[in-house]
Design a protein around this ligand. Structure first.
Ligand SMILES: NC(=O)c1ccc[n+]([C@@H]2O[C@H](COP(=O)([O-])OP(=O)(O)OC[C@H]3O[C@@H](n4cnc5c(N)ncnc54)[C@H](OP(=O)(O)O)[C@@H]3O)[C@@H](O)[C@H]2O)c1
Length: 231
């Protein structure tokens, strides 16, 4: 049976490339984004793969949209659910962390990934692969933090790692594998043009990691090249 991946934030950057590569590999892709009507590149991908790629409206910060998506997808199995949508916020120094920006970033980077899983866990449980992957960042690694600054983004990714580690324990009986993946520093709107890694290379690496997972890997934090990242 054809496998299915769901990707949030699929209209640009890493999410767009994930949608493209899984479609090229013959997967069904449930491509979720805030504004499907304006997602021109994603629509082009959907056109070239006919019914295999479908676009779905999802602003992950809106609980009603998550619920609506779950209703729309009732009974559909999801082999890999990728929580990719993310916000960087501004790169702030000590004294510059704005509280309202912080709350917005936490909502998208930390809270939404769990809310999406809560709504779609039955879809993942009924699939063959049973994988939930959250695109985190090594900037969320407390061990690797030698640079300081970036309180908002770092804390949002460290917190989502704690959330997903907890989820991995809670969903183990359902045989669902929960992992966090660091894509590397990637050439996207977020990563900037100076980033060393192309989006194609990063996504290819992450897909290889996801394809190799077994239940014993649940709760782990991997880089796109398969290295494990310390908490
Ligand atoms: N690029 C890097 O170097 C790098 C490094 C480490 C981790 N990451 C992580 O990788 C993931 C993807 O990053 P990227 O580089 O592809 O970033 P990007 O180019 O800035 O794209 C971000 C994506 O997230 C979506 N998004 C933001 N808020 C959303 C919301 N409320 N609901 C739904 N979608 C939302 C955006 O949609 P709109 O177009 O509607 O805004 C866009 O599709 C993020 O989680 C990021 O933290 C990236």
């Amino acid at each position: 049976m054809t496998q299915t991946v769901l990707v949030t934030g699929s209209n640009r950057g890493i999410g767009l490339e994930m949608s493209r590569q899984y479609a090229q590999e013959g997967w069904n892709v449930l491509a979720c984004c805030r504004n499907p009507q304006q997602a021109n590149e994603l629509k082009r991908i959907a056109d070239s793969f006919s019914s295999r790629v479908t676009l779905h409206q999802l602003d992950v910060a809106h609980a009603d949209q998550i619920r609506a998506l779950a209703n729309e997808l009732k009974g559909q199995s999801i082999d890999i659910l990728v929580n990719n949508a993310g916000l960087r916020g501004l790169s702030e120094n000590f004294g510059e962390a704005d509280e309202s920006v912080w709350m917005d970033v936490l909502k998208v980077n930390t809270i939404a990934p769990l809310k999406v899983v809560e709504a779609l866990v039955e879809n993942v449980a009924r699939s063959r692969e049973k994988v939930i992957a959250t695109v985190s960042s090594d900037m969320g690694s407390i061990h690797k933090n030698v640079g300081g600054r970036d309180y908002i983004y770092r804390s949002s990714k460290a917190a989502v790692n704690a959330v997903m580690k907890t989820l991995s324990i809670d969903l183990k009986d359902l045989k669902i594998i929960v992992v966090m993946v660091h894509p590397g520093w990637v050439q996207t709107d977020m990563g900037g043009r100076g980033a060393p890694l192309s989006v194609q290379e990063s996504v290819k690496g992450m897909r290889t990691v996801l394809a190799s997972l077994k239940l014993k890997n649940t709760g782990r934090f991997y880089a796109y090249d398969g290295r494990e990242i310390p908490w």
